[in-house]
Design a protein around this ligand. Structure first.
Ligand SMILES: *Cc1c(COP(=O)(O)O)cnc(C)c1O
Length: 404
């Protein structure tokens, strides 16, 4: 399979090789078809793209800088490190890129009500933000355990006028929240659009979310050419469902000299129930609308996952990543909780940037790679979000005390 063919996927039915597709109850087939049709029309409509560009720049704060991390580069003594600063976007992460695209689409379809699922709450906050901005009703499903762990984001969503529904089934985290959102959608399809938060789920979500996030890679490519007059050698991004990673990688897929690494959550190490690294011990299966790599036991039960970072803590990975993994186009590895925490503190103290714990997984991989690459090598690390939401948790983990 050539790089060009890889970049032209998915096919018309949403398949990336054996992955992807559309595995939903019959009642959702029609709304998904409606969404696919409207998305295809919007994509071809210059007015839609220019309206999206307007809000991405005026409201969200694009373009984000491609920042040369001078002190980190000097300390590691190898490759030149650039940070793609998605952490500087409104609401603090890349999620708003996709939310803005989807709410404009929902408006085109005449929808008046928005629903979403959220784990750490970042996608919920971004969704509540765009819903407030366009005057739409908004309901966010969130696992009851996550509500408790991420109170700050629950308050933010409520202040933005959203209803937050705690989901008490099962593990009471993200997977259960997705189930509830799908149930709501089946019941309220006429009025409601479901803003799915990552490059996952039934066709067309993985492709649509990727295309709304590719602005990260398109900008980074242009910025690198301006600054260094050539393409980067290595891209590094963390992978939860996979949206910030595919957003950075996609525009470079056809450039054979650009290597790419996706970093999953290694949690407490690669043992059952202790991590969320789907490419370490995952296998082919169907979960929540799509076929991909999942962490499951022999009878197909979804395994428990663990990560210090809620945004990476999910049992399945987006289907395009499964495909890129099989093609060998992207290399997938993991960072453990303790490696991510160390990278978090290092970036804060060397560069004055407090990253999201998710993004700290990508930084951790950079700490391993940069020293063994020559000084002429160029790395881009996707800083998918800022760490404000993680401050209390990290303070507790690293044992910070109040000054007395
Ligand atoms: C949600 C989130 C992620 C993980 O989601 P992807 O779809 O894999 O990008 C990563 N970083 C941050 C800051 C997030 O909020």
């Amino acid at each position: 399979m050539s790089a060009t063919a890889t970049a032209s996927l998915p096919d018309a039915r949403g398949h990336f090789g054996p992955y992807g597709g559309c595995y939903v109850p019959e009642t959702l087939m029609h709304p998904l078809q409606e969404l696919r049709d409207e998305y295809q029309r919007a994509r071809a409509d210059a007015a839609f793209q220019s309206e999206l560009d307007y809000y991405l720049s005026e409201f969200c704060g694009r373009p984000t800088p491609l920042y040369f991390a001078e002190r980190l580069t000097r300390q590691l003594g190898g490759a030149k490190i650039y940070l793609k600063r998605e952490d500087l976007l409104h609401t603090g992460a890349h999620k708003i890129n996709n939310c803005m695209g989807q709410i404009l689409l929902a408006r085109r379809m005449g929808k008046t009500r928005i629903i979403a699922e959220t784990g750490a709450g970042q996608h919920g906050v971004a969704t509540a933000t765009v819903a407030a901005m366009f005057g739409m009703k908004c309901v966010i499903y969130m696992g009851a355990v996550d509500c408790e762990r991420q109170r700050l984001n629950v308050y933010r969503m409520k202040m933005l006028g959203a209803d937050v529904v705690p989901v008490k089934a099962g593990q009471q985290t993200l997977k259960e929240a997705v189930n509830e959102a799908m149930r709501d959608w089946v019941t309220n399809v006429r009025s409601t659009h479901y803003i799915l938060g990552t490059a996952y789920g039934a066709h067309p979500y993985p492709e649509m979310v990727r295309n709304f996030q590719r602005v990260i890679g398109d900008e980074a490519r242009r910025q690198m050419l301006e600054k260094e007059n050539r393409l980067p050698d290595l891209l590094i991004a963390c992978v939860g469902g996979g949206s910030n990673a595919i957003g950075l990688f996609y525009p470079f897929l056809q450039d054979a000299t650009v290597k790419m690494i996706g970093v999953e959550a290694g949690g407490e190490g690669i043992q059952p129930n202790k991590h969320a690294a789907r490419f370490q011990g995952g296998s082919l299966g169907v979960l929540q609308g799509t076929r991909s790599f999942l962490l499951q036991d022999e009878s197909g039960q979804i395994q428990l996952t663990h990560s210090v970072s809620a945004g990476l803590d999910y049992a399945a990975v987006g289907p395009e990543h499964a495909w890129l993994h099989d093609q060998g186009r992207v290399h997938y590895t993991y960072a453990t909780d303790s490696e991510a925490l160390e990278a978090f503190m290092k970036l804060a103290q060397l560069e004055g940037i407090i990253p999201a714990l998710e993004s700290a997984h990508a930084v951790a991989e950079c700490l391993k790679r940069a020293p063994v690459l020559g000084q002429e090598a160029l790395i881009i690390v996707n800083l998918s979000g800022r760490g404000d939401k993680d401050v209390a948790q990290v303070a507790d983990k690293v044992g910070l005390r109040m000054p007395s």
